[in-house]
Ligand binder design. Structure first.
Ligand code: NDP
Length: 342
């Protein structure tokens, strides 16, 4: 698209994901352009603005957020704030007439997710959750293979998404800011992948959480969570997520006739997909070539073209709400020691 036709975006919160991945991806996008920044750190904002040719007048503080309503160039916001702020900044954006691309997890509770969906619906604006894996070319290839029954009937999904958290003061380790620990931050990728790969919704969950006693990082939120999602067809997802382990982000999707391995599965770059099937009585493995375009750019282009063409987005608020309902059920199961029906 020409520069004028592109969807103008205000990036809200200049942290790791915004600076390292999304701003460069917006620059590569064909349909979107960053035209404003919202930050509590004006010096950082001005530096980023210079780097991306954004006028100084379009660098706003959070207290000036509602002024976006008077900036017609800004058609949408991208919210990259800590989880507890997603609700407020989505609702205010919708009231200002802006479409919203919001980071995962959508919010801290299912009730907050519902408020976000309602606010955007009332304002007639799109709400999309930044489930980048659903835009990764390898995942899209795998979904197509599954739908074409290339793996046979799906039976099992096994996935680990773990990393090591350092600073005990980080907002991700504060319950009020993060909503929980490893589960909503990284375990959510396993839940979302089990759902979008199978195209099925779980009917019951069983879960358990653990924190090492005395570890200052895990006073408020869980260190690790293990859970099983059971789906009506008999497909199941068995997953583990840990905030205190060497980085590991993989899954195996096992069908009646073949399996798919992704390792890494949830990385920003360099994901790898292999398919193994029996040929002449022996396992034969094929590696699927990686896509040319990065998942962040594909996600942004999808969001912007849906706005331009007034089409529904692929990962709307309802998608975030469903993952939140499942996470709530996992926590309830961990508390009660019982299987929880959805
Ligand atoms: P960071 O801590 O790196 O950045 C968050 C930014 O939010 C800060 O830099 C700050 O920006 C702003 N902010 C406003 N209020 C606060 C506050 N009270 N405490 C801390 N920061 C505040 O986080 P991430 O970039 O890693 O994560 C942001 C969101 O993106 C989260 O929801 C996270 O789950 C999600 N995320 C998604 C990923 C994905 O792959 N889809 C990967 C990583 C994160 P400023 O200084 O400009 O005001």
């Amino acid at each position: 698209d020409s520069w004028d036709e592109r969807v103008g975006v205000a990036v809200v919160g200049l942290g790791r994901i915004a600076i390292d991945e999304m701003l460069p991806a917006f620059q590569r996008s064909k349909h979107a352009k960053v035209v404003a920044l919202v930050t509590g750190d004006r010096d950082k904002g001005l530096k980023v603005a210079r780097q991306y040719n954004i006028p100084e007048s379009a660098v706003l503080d959070y207290k000036d957020y509602d002024k976006l309503a008077q900036m017609p160039d800004v058609k949408s916001v991208y919210i990259a704030l800590p989880n507890h702020l997603h609700l407020e900044y989505t609702v205010r954006a919708a009231r200002a007439g802006k479409h919203v691309l919001c980071e995962k997890p959508m919010a801290n509770t299912a009730a907050e997710c519902r408020q976000m969906i309602d606010a955007c619906r009332k304002a007639g604006r799109q709400l999309m959750i930044a489930y980048r894996s659903q835009y990764e070319a390898l995942d899209r290839t795998l979904v197509k293979m599954v739908r074409e029954k290339k793996l046979g009937a799906l039976k099992e999904f096994n996935s680990v998404n773990s990393q090591n958290m350092g600073d005990p003061q980080h907002w991700r380790l504060k319950k009020a800011l993060a909503g929980g620990g490893a589960l909503p931050d990284i375990g959510i990728y396993c839940i979302n992948a089990a759902r979008f790969l199978s195209g099925e919704e779980p009917s019951e969950v069983f879960g358990s959480i653990w924190s090492t006693p005395g570890d200052a990082r895990f006073r408020e939120v869980e260190e690790s969570c293990q859970f099983v999602l059971r789906f009506p067809s008999g497909f199941s997802a068995t997953c583990s997520t840990n905030y205190s382990a060497h980085k590991s982000q993989m899954f195996r999707l096992n069908g009646f006739e073949a399996w798919a391995d992704m390792d890494p599965a949830y990385a920003y770059h360099g994901n790898k997909l292999r398919i193994t099937r029996v040929v002449d009585g022996k396992d034969q493995t094929t590696e699927i070539p990686a896509g040319k375009t990065n998942q962040f750019t594909l996600m942004i282009d999808h969001f912007a073209s849906c706005i331009q063409q007034n089409k529904d987005v692929h990962t709307p608020g309802e998608e975030g709400l469903q993952d939140q309902r499942i996470m709530d059920a996992i926590y309830e199961s961990a508390r009660s020691g019982r299987v929880v029906k959805l």
